[in-house]
Design a protein around this ligand. Structure first.
Ligand SMILES: C[S@@+](CC[C@H](N)C(=O)[O-])C[C@H]1O[C@@H](n2cnc3c(N)ncnc32)[C@H](O)[C@@H]1O
Length: 458
């Protein structure tokens, strides 16, 4: 999105007398605007969180982060806080952010306790990191202004001004930021009494943006209430669309140029790519393997196999390799296993190419995913599992969004755990499969016998 916003304002930055960034969060988008040539002096930012306020008060020349009333109440944390240098503005901000960060690691699980302890032990190192980051921010962004203010109120001040640019990325998940920055009594600050914005507010607020004289740019996803904006019929010239696939992210604007699909650049294709499966014969002697890979390579094969640019987000990526050729790309989430000590992992995606030779190539991947061999690889790939004494993985879950009440390719392999009809009529289906004790050799033998003869009808 940073790149999209930079592309969008390129060549126009000299036109803006005010650049208004409410809900500024981590200042990442402000940085993008400055990189594109916007003068920090014309940038007005605001937010309601302790994080943004500390950083904002540091960057605003008329403010001082020591004035936000940040006080640590928890005895242990106060000892840690007081051990850190915090005389200057930037030092104070770094020390306060360390405390905010520890308190942000919530939860009673052993994993969370361990994470908090780790963070406290590492606090001097984290402090140095924050300090360096803040100094870099200062060099680039100092001079902007920051206020604690409701985002919608802030935007309203600029809507009628033709030489104002507004960038608005609203909080989309109800209460998400309030929860994230809940101090739980560990510290306090002069927190404002401003309710967190949520989708309900956004829905009515979008209506106010119609007819704005200012140049309005919005972050939006496909499910945002964009129909409220009379300038966002995507087929018309008034929107810029970035990204494709199910989870589409849009930079929506009232000063659009024609919608242009951005072709993949040559340098987006990873330079080193293992060879891909090309209708080679798979026999009982074939060797199956699951190897870890980068997000870059995993998504490269994802795009290649399903011919769409996927916005896929997993925590760990693997390639499924048969006789040295890539036959699948898989992404997993380990969080629930580790965080809540559950006995399952989530498969975010598992994709094979379409083969003419084998109609049921996908089954080979699915069968391998549920093998004991694959389970052992998954566990070994989460190096902390032994020290945290995590439970043995028993099963794998995956969610399918489908027009149909059942997904046929899962039949006989995965069991449906739940089915929920979503708004718009599609189904959210959660499937689960138990790991068995099979080896790769057993899996391939079984697959060759059962499915190896089934060709795709052409
Ligand atoms: C999605 S983040 C913004 C990210 C940031 N704009 C960016 O593009 O990098 C949403 C932010 O809105 C802030 N927020 C929530 N309710 C608000 C309100 N009523 N007024 C102003 N900011 C609010 C949160 O504290 C959070 O930092």
């Amino acid at each position: 999105m940073r790149r999209a916003l930079r592309d969008h304002v390129r060549g126009r930055v000299g036109d803006y007398r005010r650049v208004v960034v409410p809900c500024v969060g981590s200042f990442a988008m402000v940085e993008a605007l400055v990189d594109e040539g916007v003068d920090p002096k014309v940038i007005e930012t605001s937010d309601v969180s302790v994080y943004s306020t500390l950083v904002g008060f540091l960057l605003d020349p008329d403010k001082d982060p020591r004035d936000v009333g940040f006080t640590v109440h928890d005895d242990d944390l106060r000892t840690l806080f007081e051990a850190l240098p915090r005389d200057g503005q930037v030092e104070f901000t770094a020390a306060a952010l360390c405390i905010v960060k520890v308190v942000q690691i919530k939860g009673k699980s052993e994993f969370r306790r361990w994470q908090r302890l780790e963070f406290c032990n590492q606090m001097p190192t984290m402090y140095q990191k924050y300090l360096e980051g803040l100094k870099t921010h200062q060099k680039k962004l100092a001079g902007l202004s920051y206020v604690v203010r409701d985002g919608h109120e802030h935007i309203r001040t600029a809507l009628a001004e033709a030489d104002a640019l507004i960038w608005y990325n609203p909080p989309a998940y109800k209460g998400g930021y309030t929860k994230m920055f809940e101090p739980d009594g560990a510290y306090s600050w002069n927190a404002p009494e401003i309710a967190e914005i949520d989708m309900k507010d956004i829905e009515s607020f979008y209506g106010e943006l119609n007819g704005a004289a200012a140049h309005v740019t919005l972050y939006a996803e496909h499910w945002y209430p964009l129909e409220r904006l009379d300038w966002t019929e995507f087929s018309k010239d008034y929107a810029e669309v970035y990204g494709k696939s199910d989870r589409t992210i849009y930079l929506v604007t009232n000063r659009g140029r024609k919608v242009v699909a951005r072709p993949k650049k040559v340098h987006d294709v990873p330079a080193r790519r293992p060879p891909v499966y090309c209708e080679q014969e798979i026999t009982e002697d074939s060797v199956l393997a699951m190897v870890t890979t980068t997000k870059e390579l995993a998504t490269y094969y994802y795009d290649l196999f399903i011919k769409a640019l996927g916005v896929v987000n997993a925590e760990t990526y693997f390639l499924f390799v048969v006789d040295g050729r890539v036959v699948g790309t898989v992404g997993f989430m380990y969080s629930s296993w580790a965080r809540n000590r559950l006995s399952h992992v989530f498969e975010v995606f598992g994709i094979t190419p379409t083969s003419v030779r084998y109609k049921k190539l996908n089954r080979l991947l699915m069968m391998y995913l549920l093998s004991g061999e694959c389970r052992d690889i998954l566990m070994a790939n989460f190096p902390q599992h032994e020290s945290l004494m995590l439970p043995m993985l028993k099963s794998m879950r995956t969610t399918c969004i489908s027009k149909y009440a059942e997904v046929k390719i899962n039949r006989g392999i995965l069991k449906m755990k739940s089915r929920e009809k979503m708004k718009g009529g599609r189904f959210k289906l959660v499937y689960e499969g138990k790991f068995n004790g099979k080896t790769g050799r057993e899996v391939v033998t079984e697959w060759v016998t059962k499915h190896g003869q089934v060709k795709r009808e052409e």
